[in-house]
Structures are given as structure tokens and as C-alpha cells.
Design a protein around this ligand. Structure first.
Ligand SMILES: Cc1cc2nc3c(=O)[nH]c(=O)nc-3n(C[C@H](O)[C@H](O)[C@H](O)COP(=O)(O)OP(=O)(O)OC[C@H]3O[C@@H](n4cnc5c(N)ncnc54)[C@H](O)[C@@H]3O)c2cc1C
Length: 597
């Protein structure tokens, strides 16, 4: 898609008048580019680092309604999310795929079975489906072998979905570009330009340092957690509360789950997920105030590692997982609108659309609802773009992909589906470009060697971390960031990227340094003792949980109380009737005495 010299070619075209200039190449910006180009709007998207470099490559990768939103009575958000999920599942197989969720219930759990049952029924009804089912403890353990058996009462299974977030962003950008849009990475919006209201932006190419001034009818601030920076230029009050969420990644053979396992963390009763993704197992997430500088790549803190290890230990004690089992880690920053709530998890995850002096800020929200967020943004542009045709809700979100892939006949159905979902219209070219042996998976992953060649050739890669962390996810999936395979990766990619030896070596050193700082475990000496943390939490819970004797006493007290009320009812009824009769008599005598006066 991005041929040789693409950056210079785009740069030479920047001075045209744009309808929409989108700042930020995460899912929000990509969604707006996609929907705006669909309507024929001349749209430019700029991203200061790599496409999806921000939060949109660091999410939990779930395309879901989110049961927790239902618990917070966010019925509209949940309904919108589950309906988007359905569309995406239909339109993007191989990129958005079904994922079963298991929800265990334990003795003394609050909420318990019936609350979950009611919640899941509503969840399913909102999606116009019926996917959930309850299982006894024995059956549930067959679905989730190794799960903690202590106090297990049973559990539910229900259906949700997952994706590769960075590839989803890229697919939207590619489809937007195919429909006439322009997108460029490593270009930052430095300064908003005003003609009365905001009408343009001064851009800086982060590679060459060159600058350009571009103008459009609408300037959209889709910079996620960075949104306050541009808003400050129009006098906007800071509103974002950056909240970090981190994950631990384990090899599937050490933490084997065939579907997601969801449970309440023993320390703070927040929902935590353990789920399969791309052949490994992800554990997440945390929700803490992010006090690292926003321009540095976020990374997991020692406290978060301990919190997630405690979760794994509580749910899968028999596996005896240790830090040596962790393959990698990653952290992302949620762009949440802060309202000063003490508990970060209580802050709303809704998106906002604000217009301030002509600057349209679109932030917050979820990956899952990117299309709805984009449609809201377009609605807010209407007064600036009165000739814009109305969006057609029936249009597919993702372009249908029905393609032959000559040369890929020997790949199994799952691998072919994965290629079509992730590379869409480019999948046949990817297969055609593969040299002998490159349609084999890289050991321990589902990624084909050929994906590396294609990404290096045609997907706008500027640095090695773009390639290994976002185009393909080897930096997450392989121990030590895939260092073992760097010689073969180099043999495939260096000629495609046109880098000389010195450039390759510098990129490799920078990538490994980044991986060790932000994608591996922090210094082990700094880690709190999660087993002690867990033991304390479990002791607290045990103390709070009513004992069997107390439960029996409580139940008998309730039953006794109920019986007493039942026995007393006829007596109380008669007393009430008698009292009513005498009061009727006295009031009629009162009325008559009044009338006789
Ligand atoms: C840990 C975690 C887990 C999550 N899990 C899920 C999930 O499972 N499902 C779900 O639906 N949602 C999930 N979310 C929410 C979702 O990931 C985010 O809401 C979404 O990715 C935000 O996208 P965005 O485009 O607004 O921001 P970003 O992806 O951060 O994009 C903003 C971009 O703007 C760029 N930028 C900033 N300033 C400038 C500038 N001056 N010039 C040019 N570019 C600029 C940044 O570099 C960045 O790439 C999760 C979030 C987190 C943190």
C-alpha cells in the first residue's frame, strides 16, 4: 500500500485544501478517516509516532460489550457495543473472531449465581442472541482445567469476541486510503492555526524535521490520552485522567486456557481476565493512575506485576506459575474523562465529542465502538460541511474480502482466514511475494515469515519496533522479544526496508533496548511479595464470609422471622380490621356531631 518514497509523495500533496484533518492514528482517528472517506470527504490523518502506537495497540484486544458496563447500568453503551461486536464478527472474520468467556462462581461470591444469570440474560438480549449457559462445578472444571477448585460452585459460559487491535487500526487506515484518504505516520501536529476558529495545523515530520502548514474545514483532535495538549491551545481546561492498564503474557503451555476466564481479583474485587490470544495467554488488566510522562512508552510497574501474579495464583494455583514463566508485558493508557472519583475504575469509559473554537476533540470510549464514535464525530462536523451526505448505517464497516490466494492452498483454513482478516485486499499479494519456506509459521506463533516481508515492503514501517510490535506481534509473543530470530528477520526485511548494515544494527539495538525497558518485567528486586498479598486478601475474605454456622443461624433466623410473620398475619389483619371499623364509627359520629352543630 505504501510504495517506495511514499512519504515524499504525500508531503508534496499536503498543501491541498482538506475537508477533514485528523490528528492521531489510533482507533479513533482511523475510524474517523474510514467513515469520512466513505462519504467522499478529502481527509488527511497524521500520527506523531507509528499508526496505533498509542493505546490502540495496547488494549486487551476484546471486542465486547463489557459486563462491567452493564453492572454500572450503562445499558446504552453495552447495547451499542454488543451490536457493533456482531457486525464486526460478521464482516471481519480472521481479524475479529469469537471468544468464549468463562465466569466462575465461588462459595460466598458477591455477586452470586443468580445475579450473573440475570446480567448475562440482559447482556445476551441486548445482542439479540442467547449464548450463555450455566455449568455445574464438575462440568465447569472440564471447560477450565487447572482452575481453583476450592469453593467452586459452578460457572457460566458466554460468547464475546477478540481482535488484533493494531491490525484493526491498520485495516481501517488502509481502507480509508483506498477510498481516497491520505495517512502518514511520524508526523506530529505542533500548532493549531486559526482563521478566527481553528482551521489548520502546523505539522512536523519527525523523520526529516521539515514542517508544513495544512488547512481544512474541520480539524479533529483524536489524540486519545494526549487530547488535553491540543485543547490547551484553544484554552480548554484539562479533562483527561490517564489511567494505565497493564498485561502479563505467558506461554499457552504454562497457562493453558481454551477460552477467556473472567473472575474477581481477590484483592479488590475488580474483574480480571486470562485469555488466549495469538497462541499465547494474556492476563490483564490493571487500572491505575498513570504518572509516567505521556511521551515515554508506558510500562508495567512492580505493583502491577504483583497484582496480576496474585490473580493468576488465586485462579490457577495448581500451575505454580512464577516470574520465569512470563514471556513479556505491555501497558497502555486509557484516555478517560476524569471526574475526580477516588477509585479510577469508577470513572466512566464513555467517549466525548467537544467543539472548542472550531477544534473538534473526540476522545474516551472503547476500541469496540470506534464506528459509532466516528459517526458522532461526523455529526458534529455537519455545520462546517453542510454538503456532506448522510452516513449510511447499512454500509459494511469493513470491506468484504472474498479473494483467492493462489499459492496458499496448503495453508489450513484458520491460517487462510487469519491472512484475509489481517491483510484483506493485500493478502494475495502477500502470498505472491513469499519466497520458498516463508508461508511457514515462525516457531511458537501463528505468524508467517511472509508477513514480515510484506509488512517491511508495503506497510509504512519506519523503525524495527513498528514491524515487530505492531505490524506483527513477535515482540509480545516470543521470549526476549524474538531476539533469537533476528538474524532471519534481518535476512528477509533488511533488503525490503532498504536499510544499510549500520541502520539495521542501530534499529536492532534500539528495539532490544525498548523491549527490555517497556515490554519485559521490571527489576525483580522491586516486586512486592504477591503471595503474601494474596494470603492477606484471602484471610480478609474468609473473615468477612459468613461461616456455615452463621449462615445456618442467619437462615433459621430469617425462616423463624418469616414463620412468625406468617402466624401473626391473621392476628394483625383482624386487629387492623377492628381498628378500621371503630375508627369508621368514631369518624362518622364526629361527622354527625359536626353536622348537628
Ligand atoms: C489496558 C487497556 C485495555 C483496553 N481494553 C479494551 C478492550 O479490550 N476493548 C475495547 O473495546 N477497548 C479497550 N480499551 C480502550 C481502547 O483501547 C481505547 O479507548 C482506544 O484504543 C483509544 O483509542 P484512541 O485512538 O482514542 O487513542 P490512541 O490509540 O492513544 O491514539 C491517539 C494517537 O494520537 C497520537 N498523537 C498524540 N498527539 C499527537 C500529535 N500532536 N500529533 C499527531 N499525533 C498525535 C498518539 O501518538 C496516539 O497514537 C482498553 C484500554 C486500555 C488502556
Amino acid at each position: 500500500m505504501w510504495p517506495q518514497n511514499w512519504r515524499d509523495e504525500i508531503w508534496s500533496r499536503l498543501d491541498q485544501p482538506w475537508d477533514v484533518i485528523v490528528i492521531g492514528g489510533g482507533i479513533t482517528g482511523a475510524g474517523i478517516l474510514r467513515e469520512a472517506t466513505r462519504l467522499g470527504l478529502r481527509t488527511l490523518l497524521v500520527e506523531q509516532r507509528d499508526f496505533a502506537w498509542g493505546t490502540s495497540s495496547r488494549s486487551s484486544k476484546l471486542v465486547h460489550g463489557g459486563l462491567r458496563y452493564l453492572k454500572e447500568r450503562k445499558v446504552r453503551l453495552t447495547r451499542a457495543s454488543v451490536r457493533e461486536r456482531k457486525r464486526l464478527l460478521q464482516e471481519g472474520p480472521g481479524l475479529i473472531d469469537p471468544l468464549g468467556f468463562l465466569l466462575a462462581t465461588y462459595q460466598g461470591d458477591r455477586p452470586g449465581r443468580w445475579t450473573y444469570s440475570a446480567g448475562l440474560s440482559v447482556y445476551d438480549l441486548l445482542a439479540l442472541q442467547w449464548s450463555h449457559r450455566h455449568y455445574s462445578a464438575d462440568d465447569f472444571q472440564m471447560l477450565a482445567p487447572h482452575i481453583s477448585r476450592a469453593g467452586l460452585k459452578g460457572g457460566f459460559r458466554y460468547g464475546d469476541a477478540q481482535t488484533d487491535d493494531a491490525r484493526l487500526v491498520l485495516r481501517l487506515i488502509q481502507e480509508g486510503v483506498a477510498d481516497g484518504g491520505v495517512a502518514i505516520n511520524y508526523v506530529a501536529a505542533e500548532k493549531l492555526l486559526r482563521e478566527g476558529d481553528v482551521r489548520g495545523v502546523r505539522l512536523r515530520d519527525q523523520v526529516t524535521g521539515r514542517t508544513a502548514e495544512v488547512y481544512g474545514q474541520v480539524v479533529v483532535n483524536a489524540t486519545g490520552a494526549w487530547a488535553d495538549r491540543l485543547r490547551a491551545q484553544v484554552g480548554g481546561q484539562a479533562a483527561i485522567r490517564p489511567l494505565r492498564g497493564s498485561h502479563l503474557l505467558f506461554p499457552a503451555w504454562r497457562l493453558p486456557v481454551a477460552q477467556a476466564v473472567s473472575f474477581l481479583h481477590p484483592v479488590d474485587r475488580r474483574p480480571v481476565f486470562i485469555f488466549p490470544w495469538e497462541g499465547i495467554t494474556l492476563v490483564g488488566t490493571t487500572d491505575v493512575d498513570h504518572d509516567q510522562p505521556l511521551d515515554d512508552e508506558p510500562h508495567i510497574s512492580p505493583d502491577e506485576v504483583a497484582y496480576l501474579m496474585a490473580a493468576v495464583e488465586a485462579q490457577f494455583p495448581a500451575l505454580e506459575l512464577t516470574l520465569d514463566d512470563v514471556i513479556s508485558t505491555f501497558a497502555g493508557v486509557r484516555p478517560v474523562i476524569g471526574t475526580g472519583k477516588e477509585d479510577p475504575s469508577k470513572e466512566s469509559r464513555d467517549h466525548v465529542v467537544w467543539t472548542e473554537d472550531g477544534l473538534l476533540t473526540v476522545t474516551g470510549g472503547k476500541l469496540t465502538t470506534f464506528r459509532l464514535i466516528a459517526l458522532d464525530a461526523l455529526k458534529a462536523m455537519r455545520d462546517r460541511l453542510p454538503d456532506m451526505p448522510p452516513p449510511d448505517d447499512r454500509m459494511p464497516v469493513l470491506k468484504p474480502v472474498i479473494l483467492e490466494m493462489p499459492g496458499a492452498e496448503h495453508l489450513d483454513e484458520a491460517a487462510r482466514r487469519r491472512l484475509l482478516g489481517r491483510y484483506a485486499a493485500d493478502a494475495p499479494a502477500l502470498v505472491a511475494a513469499a519466497l520458498p519456506g516463508e508461508l511457514e509459521p515462525i516457531p511458537g506463533t501463528q505468524t508467517l515469515w511472509a508477513e514480515l516481508r510484506w509488512a517491511a515492503r508495503a506497510e509504512g514501517v519506519l523503525h524495527l519496533d513498528d514491524l515487530l510490535l505492531r505490524r506483527v506481534r513477535l515482540g509480545h509473543l516470543l521470549p526476549e522479544g524474538g531476539e533469537e530470530y533476528l538474524p532471519r528477520i534481518r535476512a528477509i526485511c533488511q533488503p525490503e526496508l532498504g536499510w544499510d548494515d549500520a541502520r539495521w544494527q542501530a534499529e536492532e539495538a534500539a528495539y532490544l533496548q525498548l523491549w527490555h525497558t517497556c515490554y519485559s518485567l521490571p527489576d525483580r528486586a522491586a516486586l512486592p511479595d504477591w503471595r503474601a498479598m494474596l494470603a492477606q486478601a484471602q484471610a480478609r475474605q474468609a473473615a468477612a464470609r459468613p461461616t456455615r454456622r452463621r449462615q445456618i443461624l442467619k437462615r433459621s433466623a430469617l425462616a423463624g422471622g418469616g414463620m412468625a410473620v406468617a402466624l401473626l398475619l391473621p392476628f394483625l389483619y383482624r386487629r387492623r380490621k377492628k381498628a378500621a371499623h371503630s375508627s369508621a364509627l368514631s369518624s362518622s359520629s364526629h361527622r354527625s356531631s359536626t353536622s348537628t352543630k
